[in-house]
Design a protein around this ligand. Structure first.
Ligand code: ADP
Ligand code: MG
Length: 607
């Protein structure tokens, strides 16, 4: 439900508050331009009266004064525009900062629910509307309203009775604004929603381009896009129609009052109750009112659109962060002792009716400092969920996961996550040089440390073969490197954070590799595991669906449908028989068949 009107604008006032001074200054200049503008018709009327008396010299002097005033207005107006439009840029900058900070704090589940395309669309399109309101909106609105007030005051001083006739068009204008305003707001809300869905489609199709092409989905996706783009167009047309009506209605109403003035005022001039000069300035004021009326009409329609945008932005800013820092935080974990006890977890329901099972079912696990723990299980057995739990990326029951003897919810999120170096299942590479991708946020990372991490991850040979070595820029999402290279670059990135280095205090105490050895051959995987023990020395949790990768782990947990079904060393598990042994034999067989089909690089190409 939409919040009450004032609350909707609270965010807006909050955003412009820091710019009070600039706005006040702009407002002062605005008053100045308006007063200067409003004196002109009075001066022209005065000149016309002198013309009537045949004093041409005085008329010329008045004309010169009008010119001087116009030049003065020119400068004041430019300055006030700069002031207000610059403030608007600051407002949208502030708003984007806030949104971005919020985006970083929101849990991953929020993005699954909302769709990233829609959120991107809000951060761009809705912010632009708010910016327009803070700039042109405030400027035209205030200046228009002020001009109208001033013109009315001047008109009243000339002839009060005549001025009253001007009030006649006000009720129909107010009615039109109310009706059309509601329409504009409705179409804007729907239009921005639709635009969000369209952005979503574009984003999905660009990032999933190989899938779309591989499955020859171009035609059906184009149709889907066409329907969405058409909807955006229709909403925009609706909004634009309502917006287009606003002005003509206002101008029509002012046109009616012009006729009235001519009729009533003309009679007064003929009867000698009004001088010709006063009559002329009266009409000039009326003409002067057209632009302010337009400006006010435009502002009112913008205000409706900005309000719709504010509602959508506030929704993001007010979203529940659920996973947040504790009020009193424990000091950052130092040793890397992991203890998971009877952890059960179920993802929030998304598809109704689907029988949901526990993604984790009473999982218990221990990892002493320096131990290498393997977690194996088929796809969907819960490995990634377990790792998400460790990083507190999902909401957990208290007491289920602790590090160094304290529940992980006791630590500041940044402390917890800094203590854990993660290589996610689907590693993300930024479009930046390889060295920056490995250093990731550590701007002063020494080149030797980067090279050492790359060496331990067995990727230094690949990098040295790149066109510009460590300076080679990686394409968006690392499309220019192979899957195996991407995984090893990701491992180098995590190792750099976990390596004990003199240049950087507090290395990560826990290394977590989520199924990221799938495209690394078994020997290399064994060597990486070995150097973890000898050179890095942190606790490691390594999940894999390929058993080869982690056979040298100190202890292996076998996960099946969210449950730990076996636990022990590779040799012990083989001797024990059961699920682990079955999987091992299956995979050995698959490996032999694969190798006989394609003797080189079978594993490099594995999914
Ligand atoms: N974000 C999610 N929302 C809902 N269900 C999920 C989500 N992620 C995973 N699941 C479900 O949880 C179970 C475990 O998944 P996951 O931890 O990704 O397994 P693994 O990493 O072993 O392949 C699966 O049944 C999967 O469908
Ligand atoms: Mg997984």
């Amino acid at each position: 439900m939409a919040p009450p009107k004032l609350q909707r604008w609270a965010l807006f006032f909050d955003l412009i508050r820091p710019h009070k001074k600039a706005l006040a200054m702009g407002f002062f200049l605005l008053i100045a331009t308006n007063v200067l503008t409003m004196i002109v018709p009075k001066m022209i009327g005065e000149a016309i009266d002198w013309l009537d008396k045949g004093e041409f010299g005085v008329v010329l002097a008045w004309a010169a004064a009008v010119l001087a005033l116009t030049v003065l207005r020119f400068f004041v107006r430019i300055f006030s525009r700069f002031l207000s439009l610059e403030t608007a840029r600051h407002v949208s900058y502030g708003l984007r900062e806030r949104l971005f900070a919020k985006f970083l704090r929101l849990p991953p589940s929020y993005y699954q629910e909302k769709g990233t395309g829609d959120l991107i669309s809000r951060a761009i399109n809705d912010v632009n509307l708010v910016q327009a309101m803070a700039g042109f909106g405030i400027m035209f609105g205030l200046s228009g309203a002020l001009s109208i007030v001033l013109a009315v005051i001047f008109i009243l001083t000339i002839n009060a009775e005549l001025a009253l006739w001007l009030l006649i068009p006000i009720p129909p204008i107010a009615a039109a604004v109310a009706v059309l305003g509601a329409k504009i707001r409705h179409y804007t809300l729907e239009g921005q929603k639709s635009l969000g869905r369209m952005t979503e489609l574009i984003q999905e199709n660009i990032s999933g381009v190989s899938l779309v092409k591989g499955f020859a989905l171009e035609e059906s996706e184009a149709r889907r896009f066409d329907a969405q783009a058409r909807d955006v167009m229709n909403q925009n047309i609706g909004e634009f129609r309502a917006r287009s009506l606003m002005l003509p209605v206002m101008i029509l109403c002012t046109g009616v009052s012009e006729l009235l003035v001519l009729y009533v005022g003309g009679q007064a001039v003929i009867a000698g109750e009004l001088s010709l000069g006063d009559f002329a300035s009266f009409n000039l004021y009326l003409a002067f009112l057209v632009f302010p009326t337009i400006a006010v009409g435009w502002t009112l329609s913008l205000q409706q659109r900005a309000e719709a945008a504010l509602i959508r932005l506030k929704e993001i800013l007010d979203a529940d962060e659920s996973i947040a820092d504790p009020k009193v935080a424990a000091p950052a974990p130092e040793r890397g002792h992991i203890s998971i006890s009877k952890l059960s977890f179920r993802y929030p329901e998304r598809q109704k009716g689907e029988a949901r099972r526990l993604a984790l079912d009473k999982v218990s696990l221990e990892a002493a400092p320096g131990e290498i723990i393997g977690i194996v299980g088929r796809v969907g057995s819960g490995k990634s969920t377990l790792i998400r739990a460790l990083l507190r990326l999902i909401e957990l029951p208290r007491g289920a996961v602790s590090i160094d003897g304290r529940d992980i919810a006791d630590y500041r999120l940044s402390d917890l996550r800094r203590a854990i170096a993660l290589v996610p299942q689907d590693e993300f590479l930024f479009s930046a040089p390889v060295e920056r991708n490995i250093a990731l946020g550590w701007l002063k990372a020494p080149a030797e440390a980067i090279a050492r991490a790359a060496g331990l991850a067995h990727v230094s040979g690949d990098i040295e073969g790149f066109p510009q070595g460590y300076k080679t820029r990686l394409g968006e999402r690392g499309l220019t490197v192979s899957g195996g290279q991407r995984q090893r670059i990701g491992i180098a990135r995590a190792l750099l954070r976990a390596l004990p280095l003199a240049e950087r205090p507090r290395p990560a105490k826990i290394l977590v590799l989520d199924d990221c050895l799938s495209a690394v051959d078994a020997e290399t995987a064994a060597e990486i595991l070995h150097s973890l023990k000898s050179e890095v020395g942190c606790t490691a949790i390594i999940s894999a669906h390929r058993l080869q990768s982690i056979r040298h782990a100190d202890r292996i947990y076998v996960l099946e449908r969210g449950r730990i079904v076996q636990c022990g060393s590779h040799e012990a598990l083989l001797a024990e028989g059961g699920m682990y042994k079955d999987m091992w034999e299956q995979q050995l067989l698959a490996l032999e068949i694969g190798e006989s089909l394609e003797p080189r690089h079978t594993l490099e190409a594995a999914p």
